[in-house]
Ligand binder design. Structure first.
Ligand code: PBG
Ligand code: ZN
Length: 330
């Protein structure tokens, strides 16, 4: 056999599982996984979301079922979405102290005090027209929306939210929320900003889940155009200047270039949201046996961290925490 003068042999470090684990470059921990959860009005209800098999909307009295699973899996934080019984053009049930998210928070904080509760702050689940803010004609009025978002965020925090996450993409919302929270004595409550959120077809199943599809038009006048990359940095820079504590990029898998850009440019913890469409595609392809679902969950989740995520919001949170515990990834 020919004697090669080959000094670098990358395969040397791949020859043994213990060694491969030792030289692994991306480490992930269940501490950094966030599980999104849909809470609805009503009693004794658990409804499967048709386009998201395995994900459900729960009434408050059935929440314990999923919260037990979350805690058992070792997932420590949840992102709460509410589905109200009543919608109007102003989305007034969003800031009702007896609203769905507010009551869910009080229930969770009482029964699962160890769970860290983040709330999504947006109007689209509460407005009859399904847009993320207050309409002026058919245009979503930026500054009027800031008032209702601020009221909503404050009511979440008053009901026990540990962190608020505004997802509306209005200009100036981080500053508006920060001022409102600070002047009400909540200076220590962090804001996770959906700083870089694209207008995306990947949110389709979510709108089904949250009953929040816009009745007319689309969200392109407030969410970002997916052709744009530098604009992502401008959005992130503004939110940092306005006092965001954590930045988020959303969706995940199709936007990992943006994740890397934001990570390199800003010294803030970075969250990636692996959104509903990403979940549904993996579930559908897995159910058809076109792919190995669990392999793809592992690979795409690690990809988000490798790109720069410090934390990952994913509907696969429970499964992912299990794979880490089993040593399959991590
Ligand atoms: C509310 C909101 C949406 C998502 C998170 N918050 C929907 C949207 O902007 O249309 C999407 C989450 C997902 O698809 O999993 N604005
Ligand atoms: Zn919205």
């Amino acid at each position: 056999m020919m004697e090669l003068e080959l000094l670098e042999r990358p395969r040397r470090l791949r020859s043994n599982p213990a060694l491969r684990a030792m030289v692994r470059e991306t480490r992930i921990s269940a501490d950094t996984i966030i599980y999104p959860l849909f809470v609805m009005e009503g009693e004794n209800s658990k409804e499967e979301i048709v386009s998201m098999p395995g994900q459900y909307r729960y009434s408050i009295d059935r929440l314990g079922e999923v919260l037990d699973q979350v805690v058992d899996a070792g997932v420590k934080s949840i992102l709460i979405f509410g589905i109200p019984a009543y919608k109007d053009p102003q989305g007034s049930s969003a800031w009702d102290s007896e609203g769905i998210v507010q009551r869910a928070l009080r229930y969770i904080k009482k029964n699962y005090p160890q769970l860290y509760c983040i709330t999504d702050v947006c109007m689209c689940e509460y407005t009859s027209h399904g847009h993320c803010g207050i309409l002026q004609g058919t245009y979503v009025d930026n500054d009027k929306t800031l008032d209702v978002l601020s009221k909503t965020a404050l009511s979440h925090v008053q009901a026990g939210a540990d962190m608020v996450a505004p997802s509306d993409m209005m200009d100036g919302r981080i500053l508006a929320l920060r001022k409102t929270l600070d002047s009400s004595g909540f200076v220590t409550t962090p804001i996770m900003s959906y700083a870089v959120k694209y207008a995306s077809g990947y949110y389709g199943p979510f709108r089904d889940a949250a009953d929040s599809a816009p009745a007319f038009g689309d969200r392109k006048s407030y969410q970002m155009d997916f052709h744009n990359r530098r604009e992502a940095l401008r959005e992130a820079a503004l939110d940092v200047a306005e006092g965001a504590d954590i930045l988020m990029v959303k969706p995940g898998l199709a936007y990992l270039d943006i994740v890397r850009d934001v990570k390199e440019r800003f010294e803030k913890p970075l969250a990636v949201y692996s959104v509903s469409g990403e979940y549904s595609m993996i579930k559908a392809a897995g159910a058809a046996n076109y792919i190995d679902q669990d392999d793809i969950i592992c690979e795409s989740s690690v990809a988000a961290y490798r790109a720069g995520a410090d934390m990952l919001i994913t509907y696969f949170a429970k499964e992912l925490a299990g794979f880490i515990r089993e040593g399959r990834i991590g």
